[in-house]
Design a protein around this ligand. Structure first.
Ligand code: SF4
Length: 64
């Protein structure tokens, strides 16, 4: 996949903090699937953290 098709340019990438822990500058949250890995019964599920230059087969370009 080309450098232009990565998480940073994907419609499902969110680059601001939404989990309980800070997201590194070069990373964000993938919103393709619902939150996962609920650490405790009364805790929230967590959005997967991905690097800006990562990618996966669900990539979808952001609307122009
Ligand atoms: S992991 Fe896949 S679906 Fe999620 S932001 Fe990256 S390219 Fe998009």
């Amino acid at each position: 996949m080309s450098n232009e098709h990565n998480c940073a340019t994907c419609a499902f990438f969110e680059d601001h903090k939404a989990n309980t822990t800070a997201v590194p500058d070069d990373a964000g949250l993938c919103r393709f699937n619902p939150p996962v890995t609920q650490p405790e019964a009364n805790a929230r599920g967590l959005w997967p953290v991905v690097k800006s230059d990562d990618w996966c087969g669900h990539f979808e370009a952001e609307a122009a």
